[in-house]
Design a protein around this ligand. Structure first.
Ligand code: SF4
Length: 431
């Protein structure tokens, strides 16, 4: 039975129990959230070494790290190293987006080494296989696509991005819209090329029930992809994007009726003042299904620093109700991320997620900051490091210029904290 089936019949599964314990909430709260579709627990029955993670309303905002090879770079070793870094830095899930080398072997190695939920985008591999077998992505057969999805499900993938909302009607909107950046979703581009070449409807939309049957068999969570997401601020919240979202709303309902867990992916490039509207649109149209945003990136011009651009957008998105942030690394728009990019991307997104959680009132979020402030007041440097998102970096920076006293090298003997302690005795009074 899927987590959704169990939740609907009133059963609290071990996975729901585990999520509740990790979040410090009641197991019944998690069960209700799964039952009404506002929480998902991506947990493929074949992923045996999984520590379950809940994504959705009332829970901590989660962070995903994308890893994976390209045709130019990467192999099993590089990707397992990135997985290790993502785990160490506190990512909640990992997506293997490999498009180079032995894609199946890389995916299996990642799943075997990961206690975190693993996501994939099966159409990447289906398209690449079609190039090998038939000479072009557009020659992919519908069975090629579904057999790849089944292979990923059998391997234990916990959630899959499927661009089911890229319909002929959305393509018509796209053509009329005359976007600046057309389509920036790789899966979306594969499908649009296939649909235009073959003059057919999207098989993931047309044969959605077949997809639901597969997802249900292994309890794979569907992450309904946003093939029409804006890749430029100029294209944000336009007709193709909204048309796709309306379709996704209908597909969310059908998935939930079929007892398949489902979440919805969102933009993309968005100006700051459109983030809240996008979150409200998704939450309304998709009846509270968990929202998984890619960034969002709040400017197009920060190449090399897009982990910062993404964290600014991610913080606002999380604060207004987004449940799941896909990280962005400094390599975004420029190249395949390496391990250091993964580290920077996960930390930046975790800052955004936590900043959002403080506003959302997530249990324990404010208390974490309060503890850090008290450690700062006490000039307790080891406690500050332990409470940091990146303890090692905290220690490194503090020890860079050795302080003469108990303060840090910023103000030295004129440390405000030390002066206040001397004249107000704040430390003795309140800590
Ligand atoms: S020296 Fe300055 S920066 Fe460092 S702890 Fe004291 S007040 Fe803070």
């Amino acid at each position: 039975m899927t987590q959704l089936e169990l939740a609907k019949e009133g059963t609290i599964s071990p996975q729901m129990e585990s999520v509740a314990q990790g979040e410090g909430v009641e197991a019944e709260f998690v069960r209700q959230g799964v039952a009404n579709g506002t929480i998902v627990i991506p947990a493929n029955i074949k992923h045996t070494n999984l520590t379950p993670c809940g994504i959705g309303q009332g829970l901590r905002t989660k962070v995903n790290a994308n890893i994976g090879t390209s045709s130019d770079y990467g192999n099993i070793d590089t990707e397992l190293e990135k997985l290790k870094v993502a785990l160490e830095c506190g990512a909640d899930t990992v997506m293997d987006l490999s498009t180079g080398g032995d894609i199946s072997a890389i995916r299996r190695a990642i799943i075997a080494s990961s206690s975190l939920p693993i996501g994939t985008v099966p159409i990447y591999q289906a398209g690449i296989k079609a190039v090998g077998r038939h000479g072009a992505i557009v020659k992919m057969t519908v069975d090629d696509l579904f057999s790849t999805i089944e292979e990923h499900a059998r391997d234990g993938v916990d959630f899959i991005t499927v661009h089911c909302g890229v319909t002929q009607s959305a393509i018509a909107q796209l053509k009329q819209q005359k976007r600046v950046a057309d389509v920036v979703s790789r899966g979306g581009a594969f499908l649009i090329g296939w649909m235009l070449y073959n003059e057919r409807e999207n098989p993931l939309f047309e044969q959605y029930d077949r997809l639901l049957d597969l997802a249900k068999e292994f309890d794979v969570t569907l992450s309904l992809g946003d093939g029409m997401r804006p890749g430029s601020l100029a294209d944000a919240t336009d007709r193709p994007q909204v048309e796709e979202l309306v379709t996704l709303g209908e597909l969310v309902e059908r998935a939930q009726q079929a007892e398949v867990q489902v979440m919805v992916e969102g933009p993309g490039h968005l100006p700051l003042n459109q983030i809240e509207a996008n979150v409200q649109l998704e939450k309304t149209i998709c009846k509270g299904a968990p929202f998984y945003v890619l960034g969002p990136l709040v400017t197009d011009v920060a190449a090399g620093y897009d982990h910062i651009t993404g964290a600014i957008g991610g913080a606002i998105a999380a604060a207004v109700g987004t449940d799941f942030l896909c990280y962005v690394t400094p390599a975004e728009h420029l190249g395949l991320p390496d391990s250091e990019d993964v580290r920077q991307g996960v930390i930046a997104s975790r800052i955004a997620a936590h900043a959002g959680d403080i506003v959302k009132g997530v249990k324990g979020a404010e208390e974490w900051d309060r503890k850090m402030s008290l450690a700062r007041k006490k000039l307790d440097w080891e406690e500050q490091a332990k409470l940091s998102l990146d303890p090692e970096r905290s220690r490194q920076v503090h020890s860079k210029h050795a302080p003469s006293g108990s303060a840090c090298s910023m103000c030295g003997e004129f440390c405000a904290m030390a002066l206040m302690e001397e004249y107000l005795g704040v430390l003795a009074e309140k800590c």
